[in-house]
Design a protein around this ligand. Structure first.
Ligand code: C5P
Length: 300
């Protein structure tokens, strides 16, 4: 996440994530699922512009030039109190008593309902950005419990770790070192998936365990890493959307290193040896897939 002063505004650039590994360990008494998931930040960003609002109100606007929001998905992006950005602002006001208003303009480039963590990343950007903008003086330890209240993936984005193993609901973060940049081709099919629907359809099976992927990362072995990509949510997502299965099959044809669905879908990615291979794979995929195709690498 990058914070940048521009005159009297503060601009926050916040990344998307991919899950390279996701085991569901069981269902919890609170209805959520216990997870072990390896998340990596990628270079696909939303931007929040924060400006003072003398009315004392919180207002959220969508930049009309937002490539992540096709017209048909507009109704699914609320700009009122249901949006996690405004929930984050309310939470900060509740906790600190800060009386200031803010006007936030969101430029959305991260596709929605895509398993890329865009909404969670925006919420983390609001927490970190407003803490700075309003001089609240909260530290990371203060912000993490607020992030966990907003959503399971928000904590991952808070400290800008390039790679982290996330446990619990997803909110317990253990940063892992990343010895080299990773390159991907990423495909978001036209259809999106609801996280809640995917978890509801899941039948929990024996976890795979994260030992082997950790070994592959430590050794910097891209081929081994590709073989250890794993996501327990892929089966229910395939059942909900035949497009996910179709995209995975196409990704398997353009990259032999390994491919996977991210989070609860619907986006899928293939690991590539270097950027040039990802560019070639993207070119091939575009010729036979109607979705959005991105060439991305790990964000630092
Ligand atoms: O926490 P968040 O609001 O992002 O989660 C969205 C939905 O995904 C939850 O309402 C829940 O149904 C499901 N979920 C889950 N277990 C998790 C994370 C999410 O069951 N660890």
């Amino acid at each position: 996440m990058r914070l940048n002063r521009q005159g009297s505004s503060l601009v926050v650039r916040t990344p998307a994530k991919l899950n390279l590994f996701l085991d569901v360990l069981g269902k919890r008494p609170d209805g959520y699922h216990e997870l072990e998931t390896l998340m990596v930040s990628i270079g696909l960003f939303d931007t929040l512009r924060l400006e003072a609002n003398d009315s004392g109100r919180f207002e959220l606007f969508l930049d009309p030039a937002s490539p992540g929001v096709p017209r048909e998905l507009l109704p699914q992006l609320p700009l009122d109190g249901r949006n996690l950005i405004l929930k984050a602002a309310e939470l900060l006001r509740e906790v600190t008593g800060c009386p200031h208003g803010v006007r936030i303009t969101l430029r959305k480039s991260i596709p929605m309902q895509a398993g890329l963590g865009g909404g969670s990343s925006d919420a983390a950007a609001a927490l970190v950005g407003l803490n700075h903008f309003w001089n609240l003086g909260l530290n990371s330890e203060d912000l993490h419990p607020l992030a966990a209240q907003l959503g399971s993936d928000v904590n991952f984005f808070l400290d800008s770790a390039p790679l982290a193993m996330c446990r619990g609901r997803g909110e317990k973060i253990e940063p892992w070192p990343l010895s080299r940049p990773l390159h991907f081709v990423l495909v978001k099919p036209p259809v999106g998936l609801s996280t809640k629907d995917v978890f509801q359809r899941l039948r929990i099976s024996a976890p795979q365990g994260s030992g082997r992927i950790q070994q592959a990362l430590r050794a910097g072995q891209i081929h081994d890493l590709g073989q250890q990509l794993h996501n327990s949510l892929e089966i229910p997502s395939r059942e909900l959307s035949s497009e996910v299965a179709g995209i995975l099959e196409k990704l398997g044809r353009v990259s032999r290193l390994g491919h996977l669905m991210t989070g609860s879908g619907s986006s899928c990615f293939a690991l590539c040896a270097h950027r040039a291979q990802a560019v070639r794979a993207a070119h091939q995929i575009r010729s036979f897939s109607p979705g959005q195709v991105f060439v991305v690498q790990t964000a630092t």
